[in-house]
Design a protein around this ligand. Structure first.
Ligand SMILES: [Zn+2]
Length: 233
């Protein structure tokens, strides 16, 4: 009985460490990010590269003279290496987002670290050796993946404003600008995903356009750039 209870106790302890600890860590990092991002704006794009939207977003960013950070999903990179080269050629920053977009709370430790490493290796061959910033898929890490990323010195980047570009229905395209002005800056989560419905793509482009025009007009002194150049990791 004592051995059984001890076993249950150890399992419970490991479970508490496995998910709640990284969750609290991410909450603390997000709060810190909110403070660090005052007077700054970083647009971040997850889940690409995609042959349609990534190029459309690159052209729009060029039109505003703005650099952004792209968190690359490894499984979308295969056969699309040229898109990533173009992202880099235009002066943007590239980070990792795992290979298979796995929810790290739901998998065993080695599955999560293998997913991170798989993406990193693909990025190394095109973008050169890291360490480079990492955006956890779904914003979630387990203890093992957190320790792995800290050991590899990969800066962990969450976000302070979710654009809502993957929501149904979509919020008003002006909402991101409202939130950034209210919070005094921030890191915006967007996606450079090709969509089935062209209206979803139009919404994302409209949101970027509205946000950048408004901030440039109302807060010209704010810095807009990549995660690393703004010192936000
Ligand atoms: Zn994602």
């Amino acid at each position: 009985m004592t051995v059984f209870l001890l076993g249950v106790g150890i399992l419970l302890f490991l479970f508490v460490l496995y998910i709640p600890f990284p969750y609290l860590f991410s909450k603390w990092k997000r709060r810190a990010l909110r403070k660090k991002a005052r007077g700054k704006i970083a647009l971040t794009f997850d889940d690409g590269p995609c042959p349609g939207m990534t190029y459309k977003i690159l052209d729009l960013l060029d039109a505003f003279g703005v650099k952004a950070t792209f968190f690359i999903l490894g499984r979308r990179l295969e056969g699309r290496e040229k898109i990533l080269e173009e992202v880099l050629r235009r002066g943007h920053e590239v980070g990792g987002h795992g290979f298979g977009h796995i929810h790290y709370w739901k998998v065993l430790p080695w599955k999560a670290t293998a997913d991170i490493e798989h993406c990193s290796k693909l990025l190394h061959t095109i973008a050169g050796k890291g360490p480079r910033p990492f955006r956890p898929p779904y914003g979630k890490l387990n203890l093992w993946s957190l320790a792995y990323l800290l050991k590899k010195k990969q800066p962990l980047v969450w976000w302070t404003v979710d654009s809502g570009d993957t929501w149904t229905p979509k919020p008003p395209a002006t909402r991101v600008g409202d939130l950034l002005l209210r919070e005094g800056g921030g890191v915006v989560l967007l996606h450079d995903l090709d969509r089935k419905n062209p209206k979803d793509e139009e919404w994302t482009l409209e949101c970027i356009q509205q946000t950048l025009s408004r901030i440039k007009k109302e807060r010209p002194e704010w810095k807009i750039g990549t995660i690393s150049e703004l010192g936000l990791p």
